[in-house]
Write a protein that binds this ligand. Structure first.
Ligand code: ATP
Ligand code: MG
Length: 430
């Protein structure tokens, strides 16, 4: 099967319709159009394509303007890079007669990118960019397997550009940088290398491995917390984060970031998000959820002191620091809680972020944690505050104490009906 046929067979009809639309406009403007990077790599591997990166040789903002004029929607221009993001709204989809895309399919936006070269003023700095040819654009990339382009416009449809022989490395399973300064220019590439290696079961090519040296580690050690955290976030979105973190430890890339990260230990072999019964865990923003969960699973064996230090180094948002600390404390205290009653568990766990409870459940499989997440935290007495008011009780400490006792009795199975709760009230003198 040739590449254009493979493209047609692997893409959903919705994605194909969008590609046709972009093709038509680039042909009108006489701009060569390519898909590049990860989408070409995954196409050649016969894997599902997550997102499509479109690159034109020429001014992508012109293309975005033309598409906007014709089809509406919304365009955001990023002038530094000569790129534009076209977001399609529901009306645009209807007008185009393209079925609205499923959340998991192809996001309803397109990135339109101008082919460019990049130069690095200093190690680890953000690059300066200049518009250029597709071949130059491929030469600024991280690895040969990510440096291929597939042309889409007109009679060139399906033509592969592979100036760095990414196909050979894809076939032999090699992660290979494009030049010797690659990791010094951008040390995040070392983390990306471990991620791709473990995602695809590939090896770092011999010379590439040698380039992970003291100089590269030093630049890594000075990289901003935000850029580093983003790389780990991407690892936590993968299916096998623990294997990637192990590879990073083997390559001695964790200690330069923060010495305590060497002692972190991802506690389960993969992130296994349990199905819908976890209610609040089926939140639509599943990526952030997996990232937060990943961080907790990784950092829980550490002391509060180490977690706070790592949080500072990697510029954690406050909720993440709090969740990691809560998870670590729960994991450490778990052995002393095992004989507790449901009400004791519930009142203890309720003040913790539930994602921390969930993480510790995944690690220890303690049934009480599961019961808490699925049932106990939702248990309420049948008698409410309004009922108490009708009985002439005024809100205040005693009022709260009575509701608390009712809930305790419910949780511990001492009362199981409204009648039994009423009896309990009598006993309490209400
Ligand atoms: P994934 O499947 O994880 O999305 P991807 O290859 O699409 O993998 P992205 O992070 O989406 O990776 O980046 C798209 C492309 O941009 C990459 O394929 C690569 O060519 C290039 N790229 C991304 N990050 C870097 C980097 N730090 N240095 C050089 N090139 C990069
Ligand atoms: Mg991608």
């Amino acid at each position: 099967m040739n590449l254009s046929d493979r493209l047609d067979s692997i893409l959903t009809p919705e994605s194909q319709a969008l590609i046709r639309l972009v093709r038509t406009e680039t042909e009108r403007l006489d701009l060569p159009l390519y898909i590049v990077g990860g989408s070409v790599r995954d196409l050649l591997l016969g894997r599902a394509i997550k997102d499509i990166d479109f690159t034109v040789e020429g001014d992508a903002t012109k293309l975005a303007e033309a598409i906007l004029r014709k089809y509406g929607g919304k365009v955001v221009f990023h002038s530094r890079f000569g790129t534009a993001t076209w977001t399609l709204d529901e009306t645009t989809f209807r007008r185009l007669n393209v079925p609205l895309l499923g959340a998991s399919a192809f996001p309803p936006f397109l990135d339109l990118i101008s082919a460019r070269t990049e130069t690095y003023a200093q190690p680890g700095a953000l690059p300066s960019v200049k518009r250029s040819t597709i071949d130059d654009d491929l030469r600024r990339r991280d690895f040969t397997i990510n440096a291929m382009a597939l042309r889409l416009d007109g009679r060139y449809y399906g033509q592969l550009h592979d100036p760095l022989d990414g196909q050979a490395d894809l076939a032999s399973g090699m992660i290979r940088v494009l030049h010797d300064r690659s990791f010094v220019d951008d040390p995040t590439r070392m983390l990306r290398a471990a991620r791709y290696a473990r995602r695809y079961g590939f090896e770092l090519e011999r010379h590439t491995l040698d380039l992970i040296d003291e100089e590269a580690r030093t630049v890594l050690s000075h990289l901003s917390g935000e850029r580093l955290r983003h790389e780990f976030d991407m690892i936590f979105e993968e299916e096998h984060p623990s294997s990637m973190l192990h590879r990073l430890a083997e390559l001695d890339l964790l200690a330069p970031i923060h010495t305590s990260l060497q002692h972190a230990n991802f506690q389960i072999p993969y992130i296994d998000i349990l199905p819908g019964e976890y209610g609040e865990f089926t939140i639509p923003d599943i990526h952030t959820f997996k990232q937060t969960l990943g961080w907790i699973l990784w950092l829980v064996p550490l002391s509060a002191f180490d977690i706070e230090a790592i949080s500072k180094r990697l510029d954690f948002p406050a909720h993440l620091t709090k969740s990691a600390l809560a998870g670590a404390r729960l994991l450490a205290e778990l052995p002393s809680l095992v004989n507790w009653k449901p009400s004791q568990w519930t009142f203890y766990l309720e003040v913790l972020p539930s994602i921390s409870v969930y993480a510790v459940y995944l690690i220890r499989m303690e049934p009480a944690l599961r019961e808490y997440l699925v049932h106990w935290r939702k248990v309420k007495p049948a008698i409410t505050g309004d009922d108490l008011k009708q009985r002439g009780l005024q809100p205040g400490p005693r009022f709260a104490e009575i509701l608390h006792q009712l809930r305790t009795a419910r949780l511990d199975g001492e009362v199981i009906s409204r009648e039994e709760e009423l009896n309990l009230l009598k006993k309490l003198g209400v």
